[in-house]
Write a protein that binds this ligand. Structure first.
Ligand SMILES: [Zn+2]
Length: 226
């Protein structure tokens, strides 16, 4: 057995042990740092919603942390769910207020979409977001500059789970298998197939020594939780 292979086996064994520990304690989101050879950014857009509580439960039970790109209008309507996201160890981010096609709006309208969302998340107790994802991934120089003025780093994705497009749980799990260290995947707070995929997403990442990380506002990539 080569050294590299031996290390992989050790990492897998460590991940398995940590998974068992997680199942038994089920308290705060555990840090699997001992077994992490890399980090990926799991992201869930368009909440908080009627599925947020179940999504947070699934993520916690499976030892995963994620970045929640909330719509400001939903944060304003469900402030307790924003606090629940934070309490579950998630990172709360800005996904515009009403989910418009920002590139069709004036600079003032773009500013309103972004600033009202910052305010709604802050008012809900979610802190001040540092990350921004434009709806539909549609951006341009004006969108970027307005986001930057609010101290936000624009984050798109490396892998699209297609969960918004009716992807099956199997397909969503397969899409997470394409993630490599530092990369980010697009998912949503809503689809039942996404919720159902969470345990197998966790198992697949652990088997590859990958852990769910935070997205760095500096690099725009997934890194170890700070
Ligand atoms: Zn969206």
């Amino acid at each position: 057995m080569t050294t590299k292979r031996a290390l992989t086996v050790l990492a897998t064994a460590a991940a398995a042990v940590l998974t068992v520990t997680t199942t038994m304690t089920s308290t705060a989101a555990p840090a699997r740092t001992a077994a992490c050879t890399g980090y990926v950014g799991l992201t869930f857009d368009d909440g908080p919603s009627g599925t947020t509580t179940r999504l947070l439960d699934a993520l916690r039970r499976n030892g995963l942390r994620a970045t929640m790109f909330n719509q400001g209008q939903h944060a304003a309507a469900n402030p307790s769910l924003v606090r629940a996201q934070v309490a579950a160890g998630m990172w709360v981010a800005n996904h515009s207020y009403t989910h418009p096609h920002l590139t069709r709006l004036s600079q003032a309208q773009i500013d309103s979409e972004i600033s009202r969302t910052q305010q709604a998340v802050r008012n809900a107790g979610g802190g001040t977001p540092r990350l921004f994802r434009p709806p539909y991934g549609e951006t341009n120089a004006t969108v970027k500059s307005v986001a930057a003025r609010h101290g936000l780093t624009e984050i798109l994705w490396h892998v699209d789970s297609q969960d918004w497009n009716g992807a099956s749980s199997d397909a969503i799990v397969r899409s997470t298998a394409r993630l490599t260290d530092g990369q980010i995947i697009l998912m949503h707070d809503g689809p039942a197939n996404t919720l159902a995929a969470v345990p197998r997403i966790a198992q697949g990442l652990a088997s590859r020594g990958l852990c769910a990380g935070m997205i760095s506002p500096q690099s725009g990539r997934a890194v170890a939780p700070g």
